[in-house]
Design a protein around this ligand. Structure first.
Ligand SMILES: Cc1cc2nc3c(=O)[nH]c(=O)nc-3n(C[C@H](O)[C@H](O)[C@H](O)COP(=O)(O)OP(=O)(O)OC[C@H]3O[C@@H](n4cnc5c(N)ncnc54)[C@H](O)[C@@H]3O)c2cc1C
Length: 415
């Protein structure tokens, strides 16, 4: 039985662990439909639901291939946490990364995984060329299909085997953490994004306070990796909620203590070590990417609803910004977006909270993260992306028998 990281998606399907591209091409000739799993870190039914699941994490390709002029070919099924040190061996690094690096590169780009930074695009926008195995078993490249179609695909156009990505010389980052009043954080967020390379903030429910995180490039000496205070904070907030002691005062005192411990550390380290951490407490998540000019108002309304109707929620709300790009299915296509993410404990019901908040995101013109929970189907998605129907037509042309199509994915990509 396969389950995803959060435990909300399951499949009673055979998992084939393939080691060569020839085996992958042979797998295409077998009857039935199939999906590829990366690291199983998506919350949506985009891996389960087919006859077979392929795991390509042991495909016999080098992690890092040809390097030329700021671009490098990589094994698309390698995991980000293995690719970062492999790139560093060549003096290179990803321009930006998200909160974790457990994902495979292919899995991450397929759903437009992003970090934060006003001028920093999502990972998929860094792809400059790609090689895929098509539903017919042929090798396709971005000479055969337009690059902007191949960057974000949810695995619907073919199976990504190698990708050429744009990278930067390796660099160190300095992390600074501050506890501020939520209203100040919202009022200053646009300025903070323009002043800082990476900026994000978390609102801690019922505290009136936000934790702000900034990252700047630094030449200072590297420090010791700090303790995982985020995990301790979430555990204590849960304990407080369970005991019925969810007073704002307790939350504020706890946050102050944790933030002081964080800022004392003044952490400098390799970019990928500073940007990414482990997330060991399981949660469910919904994240929408909003036009920047409406995001502040939407956030205020989300918090008002949380305070009024969802007193059991203790997981923070995360707010980030990502630069615009040109990938056809990227939620950042056409301009920058501010992302608001809400979370619940993976063992608790998420529906009441997510169902209440999602309409606020949709009415504001938000686009959902492809790997995180949402309820949108073709009818609405087609209105959110100018080239959605072009993508659907190409999908139909490349995969007329529905080799990669499950019932859940048909709801997204078929009228
Ligand atoms: C704890 C946690 C933290 C997260 N943090 C962030 C974050 O900071 N920013 C963010 O944007 N998202 C974040 N996410 C979401 C996550 O990055 C995405 O859901 C991502 O797609 C997961 O990658 P994966 O390797 O696990 O892929 P999977 O979830 O296994 O697969 C994702 C999709 O990619 C397809 N796929 C996989 N391999 C291939 C291939 N070779 N060819 C074609 N298609 C393929 C799959 O079929 C599926 O449709 C987080 C998720 C978790 C659980």
């Amino acid at each position: 039985m396969w389950t995803n990281w959060a435990g909300n998606q399951q499949a009673n399907t055979a998992i084939a662990r393939l080691t060569s591209v020839t085996d992958l091409q042979r797998a295409m000739a077998q009857p039935g439909n199939l999906r590829v799993v990366g690291a199983g870190h998506s919350f949506t039914p985009i891996v389960a639901g087919g006859d077979r699941i392929l795991d390509l994490s042991n495909l016999n390709l080098p992690k890092v291939g040809e390097v030329s002029g700021g671009r490098v070919w990589v094994n698309a099924n390698a995991h980000l946490r293995d690719l970062s040190p492999a790139l560093a061996d060549h003096g290179l690094a990803f321009r930006n990364l998200g909160d974790i690096n457990a994902q495979s590169l292919a899995g991450a780009v397929s759903t437009a995984t992003h970090g934060t930074g006003r001028t920093l695009p999502c990972l998929a926008a860094e792809i400059t060329a790609a090689k895929l195995v098509s539903a017919r078993g042929d090798i396709l490249t971005t000479d055969d299909i337009p690059l902007e179609m191949a960057q974000v695909t949810l695995g619907m156009l073919g199976i990504l085997i190698e990708a050429q990505i744009s990278v930067v010389p390796k660099y160190n980052l300095r992390r600074q953490v501050r506890l501020v009043d939520l209203q100040d954080s919202i009022a200053n967020m646009h300025r903070n994004w323009s002043k800082n390379r990476n900026f994000e903030f978390f609102y801690i429910p019922f505290s009136g306070k936000a934790v702000e995180l900034r990252h700047e490039v630094s030449d200072a000496p590297e420090g010791k990796v700090p303790r995982d205070l985020d995990m301790i904070a979430v555990k204590v907030l849960k304990l407080a909620r369970n005991k019925g002691r969810v007073s704002g005062g307790l939350r504020r005192a706890l946050l102050k203590m944790l933030t002081m411990a964080h800022s004392d550390e003044d952490y400098v380290g390799e970019s990928w070590r500073v940007l990414c951490s482990d997330r060991r407490i399981r949660f469910n998540e919904m994240e929408y990417h909003l036009p920047p000019d409406v995001a502040g108002d939407v956030l205020q309304e989300v918090i008002a609803r949380l305070h009024r109707d969802h007193k059991d929620i203790y997981f923070p709300i995360e707010v980030r910004q990502t630069a615009g790009d040109t990938a056809c299915l990227s939620p950042f296509q056409g301009g920058p977006r501010i992302s608001i993410a809400i979370h619940t404990d993976a063992n608790e019901d998420h529906r009441r909270y997510f169902d209440a908040i999602e309409p606020l995101f949709v009415e504001a013109g938000g686009r959902p993260h492809w790997g995180k929970m949402h309820s949108l189907t073709y009818k609405v998605l087609a209105t959110l992306y100018p080239d959605f129907d072009r993508f659907c037509a190409l999908r139909e042309q490349l995969d007329p028998t529905g080799k990669f199509l499950t019932p859940a994915l048909a709801k997204l990509f078929r009228p």
